[in-house]
Design a binder for this molecule. Structure first.
Ligand SMILES: *Cc1c(COP(=O)(O)O)cnc(C)c1O
Length: 384
């Protein structure tokens, strides 16, 4: 029996192959591999798509977070409130700039940081909030922005899993009259800064590492541009300690091709998610993600397994040739890197969901036939 991987990029690449090949040859012909013209072109296209004033290509999503934090002036002695229920790079970026990640618990319905829990964690040292739009679902940005404005905090969005996702925002100052108010505002520039990842498995996956910072703020954008290139805008006139973190010309050229397909791939993911949710809605022992979020791009389709041991279900699916993943088996505050630093921190919902979540196969061109096999297998195992 053919096995079903958690994500199969081959059909997407086949669909784009001619355009990818053309982009590759164009870059080979001009040979400007660092900061070639395709970088600016891609940045312009992606900024327009995301509805943000500036888009700055960098080396990875992790670098995007680190550079965004540095641009925001966050460092030693500062605290940043975030979620523990995420990939380690979120907390890692905060620790890397010398600040302290402070973990707030999540909402069990959305898997995203709970605004009420954020409020409880605010201290004199808090400088910023870093929400993660986990699995492609927008975090509660209206509430988060309200809290940030009230306590004079910055908001840096970790959008690594949410390329193309959107959120309905209402501007807090004018309550619905200005340009920052709109249905379907894309993520990243609701807060002051946003960080995207082009890791190959992400919704807008590249062909190697890559990342992006978005912001509407001219000064922050200039700082990010400096930081990604050794702290200089002008060659050999370094003004600050920065990084070697540019987006490769070749990556930019290839990503520009994929950007043309992102709407189609994301709406395909939504259709897949809808079918999964319909199939699992009335079943005991499995809780599908709450479906009412229209802006969700389902980077992952993640259920909670309550009717049997989650690892046993994963094992039985594996025996049927179906791959699943656990994102993430250990929450950030319990990772060995932090030793006993967070032993006193209690995040009951994070801990419970860590034991329950299971991500099922999904993708921009995941076939109905394979999906039917996944659904039938889950139903069979759970009802036996
Ligand atoms: C993937 C990911 C990152 C890091 O992105 P890289 O491009 O792999 O460095 C950061 N945060 C989250 C939530 C991610 O999923």
């Amino acid at each position: 029996m053919r096995s079903i991987p958690i994500l199969d990029l081959a059909p997407e690449i086949d669909l784009m192959r001619k355009d990818l090949d053309a982009a590759y040859h164009k870059v080979m012909d001009h040979g400007r591999f660092i900061m070639g013209p395709e970088v600016k072109e891609f940045e312009a296209h992606v900024a327009e798509y995301l509805g943000s004033k500036h888009a700055i290509g960098v080396n990875s999503g992790t670098d995007a977070l680190v550079i965004a934090l540095r641009a925001a002036g966050i460092g030693e002695g500062d605290e940043v409130i975030t979620t523990s229920f995420t990939f380690f790079a979120t907390a890692e970026s905060i620790s890397m700039v010398g600040a302290k990640p402070v973990f707030a618990d999540i909402d069990e319905k959305t898997y995203n940081v709970d605004p009420d829990e954020i409020v409880k964690k605010i201290s004199e040292r808090t400088k910023a909030i870093m929400p993660v739009h986990l699995y492609g679902r927008p975090a509660a940005m209206s509430r988060i922005m309200e809290i940030a404005e009230k306590h004079d905090l910055l908001v840096i969005e970790d959008c690594a899993q949410s390329f193309g996702a959107s959120y309905e925002i209402t501007c807090l100052e004018c309550h619905g009259k200005c340009s920052r108010t709109g249905k379907g505002q894309k993520l990243g520039s609701i807060g002051q800064l946003g960080a995207y990842s082009f890791f190959p498995s992400k919704n807008l996956g590249g062909f190697g590492d890559g990342g992006l910072i978005v912001t509407d703020d001219d000064e922050l954008a200039e700082l990010c541009r400096k930081l990604r290139s050794h702290g200089s805008l002008k060659k050999y006139r370094n003004e600050m300690l920065g990084y070697n973190s540019r987006l490769d010309t070749l990556q930019a050229a290839l990503l520009d091709v994929r950007l043309n397909h992102i709407e189609a791939f994301n709406s395909h993911r939504r259709a897949v998610a809808e079918r999964y949710t319909r199939a699992f809605a009335d079943m005991d022992g499995i809780i599908p993600p709450t479906p009412e979020d229209a802006g969700h791009v389902y980077h992952q389709y993640t259920v909670r397994v309550t009717g049997m041991d989650r690892d046993e279900l994963a094992q039985k699916l594996e025996e049927k040739g179906i791959s699943t993943m656990i994102y993430y088996p250990v929450p950030s505050h319990r990772l060995p890197v932090y030793g006993s630093a967070y032993n006193h921190v209690e995040l009951p919902i994070t801990d419970r969901l860590t034991d329950e979540v299971l991500s099922l196969p999904i993708g921009g061109m995941f076939s109905e036939e394979d999906q039917k096999r996944v659904i039938d297998s889950v139903v069979e195992i759970l009802s036996s």
